[in-house]
Design a protein around this ligand. Structure first.
Ligand SMILES: [Zn+2]
Length: 223
């Protein structure tokens, strides 16, 4: 694979981790990010236990879809199985972000899915965001639970753990992580203020926003 392609992927990983820190989606070295390397069966992924404030290009690992290290002197993020599971199942997904953002984690701790309370949210995330059943971090079982709860949508909550988003680029996955966190915050505040009974968007708005989400997917698959 051309070395510029790999370097670009590693640079994007370092940049997005800085953005995740700045947006308060993660702290320290928590969460992780990965991106498919164009025209290969490999991904660039954050290393295990390297603080994002000091992470450099050389720390970013390259692994294949079997989970074997192709390049790098560190260990890949221990949560790599859930990244690989998504790349194998969803060919249009080019990047995956896992965060420990606060309001999404509140829902994950409560085991509450995030219903379609905002119309923009359905268009960008695909519908109600489900909670993946708990399993140990980094396990194959967690990877399977995440894939099942993610379905065709672009975000999922991880019970008692955090959140995950995916997209056609790292920047898109990041935008979806921010949107998920914002919607989760609004939902948590809404149920706190209204005795647990927020109003959902209308069925008509749900259907039209879902159609826009699917149209966008079809468009991206053709590219
Ligand atoms: Zn995690």
């Amino acid at each position: 694979m051309p070395s510029e392609t790999k370097t670009l992927a590693k640079r994007q990983i370092v940049q997005i981790c800085q953005q995740m820190l700045a947006a308060n989606l993660v702290i320290g070295s928590s969460g992780n990010a990965s991106i498919r390397i164009q025209d290969t069966d490999t991904i660039a992924i954050t290393p295990s236990r390297v603080d994002y404030t000091v992470m450099e290009l050389k720390d970013v690992m390259i692994i294949n879809l079997k989970g074997e290290v192709v390049e790098g002197d560190r260990n890949p993020s221990s949560e790599y199985p859930m990244h690989l599971g998504i790349y194998k199942e969803r060919e249009e997904v080019k990047a995956v972000l896992h965060t420990h953002s606060i309001y999404a984690s509140v829902l994950a701790v409560l085991g509450l899915p995030l219903p379609p309370v905002l119309d923009e949210f359905v268009k960008d995330l695909g519908g109600q965001i489900e909670v993946a059943k708990f399993a140990l971090s980094g396990s194959k079982e967690l990877a399977a639970n995440v894939l099942e709860a993610l379905g065709p949508r672009d975000a999922v909550l991880l019970a008692n753990h955090g959140a995950l988003s995916c997209g056609s680029s790292l920047y898109e996955a990041f935008d979806k992580a921010v949107l998920l966190e914002r919607a989760a915050q609004i939902y948590v505040l809404a149920i706190s203020a209204n005795k647990g009974e927020p109003s959902l968007i209308s069925e008509e708005a749900l259907v039209s926003q879902k159609a826009m989400f699917e149209m966008d997917k079809r468009f991206k698959r053709r590219r």
